[in-house]
Design a protein around this ligand. Structure first.
Ligand SMILES: [Fe+2]
Length: 291
């Protein structure tokens, strides 16, 4: 990393930490003194380094990152506690790494716009749709229900898929999954190579904007690869998404222009297989009757 990118890193870490500090206000762990302590520690370290940015080095960046990861983990633990999101109360989840972390495969400019602008607009759109539908129930006025249902599906699918998308990538990604997931991929597709070729071809050929998604089907007890046009079309409702790739232009155009194929090929270098494995194990616990 050169000096400028370290300075950028520090700036991005500051934005991230401020974002977290704001976002956590309604979370159950926000009262926890050890969380407060970690958060204060991170914010004060960032403040100190900002005063003396010229001596900030790679090792310091790693230290900051370790602290940030610890804080990030709490969001995951919080999710497992199962408290529900209030109507109209969805929040933009923080990125689990800084904007530049996936370079050279995905530019920081893309990540910043993609997360802060695009994902935020899905969160806002979903919240608005939920509040409008709540109003409709209250007033027994369903004249516009078709419109708000569409908005809820489009923005909701956008919000949930992006939330998974950030998690299933990592600066330490790439390679192959291990253990059970690899075995299941081999069962379902013949080999890891065949799976990767099928997935890449599907991603490159999504018509217009959309996604390609590896899903677990609790009904057929197999993995499947699906395309989703926009966020919500062509999806199966009975499956659990494991590995989505965003092939909307906003996910790659600034860096790859119209070369979606190159973006898809490079994207494999940032796949966080541990996160996918974790989603797979949880998905396997859902057991529908087989039909
Ligand atoms: Fe996107």
């Amino acid at each position: 990393m050169n000096d400028q990118s370290l300075v950028n890193y520090l700036r991005e870490m500051e934005t991230w930490a401020n974002h977290i500090a704001k976002a956590d206000a309604s979370r159950p762990f926000s009262e926890d003194p050890s969380f407060q302590e970690e958060m204060n520690e991170l914010l004060s370290q960032i403040k100190e380094w900002n005063r003396d940015a010229s001596s900030f080095n790679l090792e310091n960046a790693h230290e900051l990152n370790k602290l940030a990861e610890k804080i990030q983990q709490r969001f995951g633990e919080d999710e497992r506690q199962g408290d529900s999101v209030p109507i109209g109360g969805h929040q933009l989840p923080p990125l689990p790494y800084d904007y530049a972390a996936l370079e050279p495969y995905i530019d920081r400019r893309i990540m910043q716009l993609h997360h802060d602008k695009h994902h935020q607009s899905y969160v806002d759109g979903l919240n608005k749709a939920e509040r409008e539908m709540q109003k409709a129930r209250r007033n027994k006025d369903y004249d516009l229900i078709k419109h708000w249902e569409r908005e809820a599906a489009f923005n909701g699918a956008g919000h949930y898929l992006h939330t998974i998308f950030w998690e299933i990538m990592s600066p330490r990604g790439g390679g192959k999954p291990g253990g059970e997931l690899l075995k299941e991929i081999e069962n379902s597709f013949g080999s890891f190579q065949k799976f990767k070729e099928h997935y890449s071809a599907a991603a490159k050929k999504v018509e217009g904007s959309g996604w390609t998604i590896l899903v677990w089907s609790p009904r057929s007890h197999r993995l499947e690869i699906l395309q989703a046009e926009k966020h919500q079309n062509l999806s199966q409702w009975d499956v659990i998404p494991l590995l989505p790739i965003d092939v909307w232009e906003h996910a790659y155009y600034l860096q790859y222009e119209n070369d979606r194929g190159k973006y898809v090929d490079n994207w494999w270098n940032v796949v966080n297989w541990d996160a996918v494995q974790d989603r797979y194990k949880k998905a396997r616990q859902v057991k529908w009757a087989k039909f």
